[in-house]
Design a protein around this ligand. Structure first.
Ligand code: GLY
Ligand code: MN
Ligand code: MN
Length: 438
């Protein structure tokens, strides 16, 4: 299969044409969106483009730009490059200029007028983007119905070869950051130092990250999305959990590693155990039909790991059946990955756009779909010592509380890889990138 951007566009064209026609639309107007100011302020968060737009442009400096997709003709790109001296305007990238029928507008009024002209003569146009939007006042433009959005989300989970290649590149960039972060950790860096080492080696400024880096030393590793960067190291450095990603042409990588400061100690044993069963889990992936089954298998392996590391005193089966694994492993085993770190569509189960909710036991499981070729998702099991959750099972006779006390100061372990499902196996983008870099 060809991994060029041009082939990616061909796939998108046929996918969109098919879904628009199926839903009774002549076309779609996709707005990249715009950032808005904080309340009573003239500052705004970093602009994140509408992923429907981004999937065509794969270039995220596209504020205000609009793509008109027509089931009968070529898509038309309306690029916005204002005459501005406060911020540097973004010219249309060469690749977009050469692949799209396009117009460049210097004012929003011109852009609005051009969009109106572009949809004239059409009966029904689906609008996909943030609201309010000037075009929605046109009689032939309506917000895209949920079914169409669900169907697009369902398809978006099947990545084109170009998209998978972008994610492989994003992973390789992230791995450069992870290697530098690991070095900073072993050189006694504080969370802030480790964060900066990551940014420098992966050549990203903070606003370019796919999600804020999670850099937790010691107990901080037990907060799943720990958001601070301590400016000085703790008096004793014991463990590091770093969850940090990267982007390549707008596609994300989402990678976690955990490290013990002292080789061979009880936390190091936990890291090795999680690492081993994470690899085992991935090797078993082809034998699973749905991600929910895969997640249950992850829980079984977590249960066995808790037995092996003497955290529980009962059998692995009893650990799972009593829901003790939920205490040590409260998040999902993975999620779709793409233009968003948590790519949409994980709960959409079919082409028609039907959706399901996660089962009661696993409310935070973001992916419930059948595992299918060309999906890219994370596999990110972990074992954590989370005081709030441990409190909920205080005094449980099957928990080895002295072992829990011993591990609490280390926070937790997560190992997260990004994998692409292939026809006859699994490609582990993360392990591949670490192997190439180390
Ligand atoms: N980095 C967020 C996550 O792993 O889902
Ligand atoms: Mn993840
Ligand atoms: Mn992550």
């Amino acid at each position: 299969m060809n991994a060029t951007y041009e082939d990616h566009l061909k796939t998108l064209s046929s996918e969109w044409n098919e879904l628009l026609v199926r839903n009774g639309f002549d076309g779609a107007l996709i707005a990249a969106g715009e950032s808005s100011f904080y309340f009573e302020d003239d500052q705004s968060p970093t602009f994140h483009a509408n992923p429907h737009f981004l999937r065509w442009s794969v270039f995220d400096e596209c504020e205000h730009c609009v793509l008109v997709v027509n089931a009968e003709s070529e898509p038309q790109l309306h690029w916005y490059t204002p005459a501005d001296y406060w911020y540097l305007p973004t010219s249309i990238p060469k690749r977009l200029a050469s692949n799209f029928d396009h117009q460049v507008h210097t004012t929003l009024e011109d852009l609005d007028r051009a969009c109106k002209t572009a949809v004239q003569g059409n009966q029904r146009i689906a609008y996909i983007g943030p609201e309010p939007c000037a075009q929605l006042s046109l009689s032939n433009v309506e917000p895209a119905p949920e079914k169409l959005l669900n169907q697009l989300a369902f398809r978006r989970a099947f990545k084109t070869p170009f998209e998978i290649a972008c994610m492989a590149n994003a992973t390789a960039i992230g791995v450069q950051g992870h290697l530098a972060a690991r070095e900073a950790f072993f050189n006694n860096g504080c969370e802030f130092d480790i964060h900066l080492a990551y940014l420098k080696a992966s050549k990203q400024v903070e606003s370019q990250l796919p999600y804020p880096n999670i850099v937790g030393l010691n107990e901080h590793a037990s907060t799943l999305h720990y958001q601070h960067y301590a400016l000085s190291p703790p008096s004793t450095i014991r463990s590091l959990l770093i969850d940090a990603g990267a982007k390549y042409q707008s596609y994300h990588a989402d990678i976690t590693r955990s490290y013990a400061r002292i080789e061979g100690n009880e936390y190091d044993e936990l890291v090795s155990t999680v690492n081993d069963f994470q690899l085992q889990l991935i090797s078993e992936l082809p034998s699973f039909d749905t991600f929910l089954d895969f997640h249950v298998r992850a829980h079984q392996l977590v249960a066995q790991a808790l037995v092996d590391c003497r955290v529980v005193k009962c059998s692995a089966t009893a650990t799972y059946d009593q829901q003790l694994t939920d205490v040590f492993y409260p998040h999902g085993t993975g999620h779709l990955l793409g233009l968003q770190t948590h790519d949409v569509g994980g709960h959409i189960t079919d082409e028609i756009g039907n959706s399901v909710s996660p089962p009661e036991r696993f409310p935070s499981l973001r992916l419930l779909r059948k595992i299918s070729p060309n999906m890219v998702f994370t596999v990110e099991p972990g074992i954590y010592l989370i005081p709030i959750l441990l409190k909920s099972v205080a005094g449980h006779p099957d928990i080895n509380w002295s072992k829990v006390e011993e591990l609490l100061p280390f926070g937790g372990v997560r190992i997260e890889d990004n994998v692409a499902v292939e026809e006859d196996g699994v490609l582990n983008l993360t392990r591949q990138a670490f192997q190439a870099a180390e």
